[in-house]
Design a protein around this ligand. Structure first.
Ligand SMILES: [Zn+2]
Length: 120
């Protein structure tokens, strides 16, 4: 059984993270949510995932990606979400928020942070 994590994008849309890939909702039906790889448009990637309609069970995962997944990217997505969350709910300066969230980040992810541009 595959595990996955639900997060949100910076636009507050649901984001599904699995095996280092990120998915956004393609469409929903009464009993399923259809997710597409976030690179579906950029790279014409065909990676798709289906979950049940409340997004608790992974029903299908085709692993049909034309690029590599990255555990570090997943980690950074979760980091970004945490920073946004904290920035919204705590009365802290941006730098303090980032410093507090950096504590749990791996060295690999921290090395990638110069590319990190979503905090403002
Ligand atoms: Zn993909």
């Amino acid at each position: 059984m595959s595990t996955f994590t639900l997060s949100t994008t910076q636009k507050n849309k649901p984001l599904l993270l699995s095996k280092g890939f990120s998915y956004t909702i393609d469409k929903t039906t009464n009993d399923r949510t259809y997710w597409k790889c976030e690179d579906a448009r950029n790279l014409k990637c065909k990676g798709r995932v289906h979950t049940n309609n409340i997004n608790t069970i992974l029903l299908h995962e085709n692993d049909n990606h034309n690029h590599n997944g990255s555990a570090v990217s997943t980690e950074i997505r979760l980091f970004e979400e945490k920073v946004r969350d904290r920035a919204m709910n705590c009365n802290e300066a941006t730098q303090t928020v980032i410093d507090n969230c950096l504590v749990n980040l791996s060295d690999n992810a921290i090395a990638r942070l110069p590319n990190f541009k979503h905090v403002n």
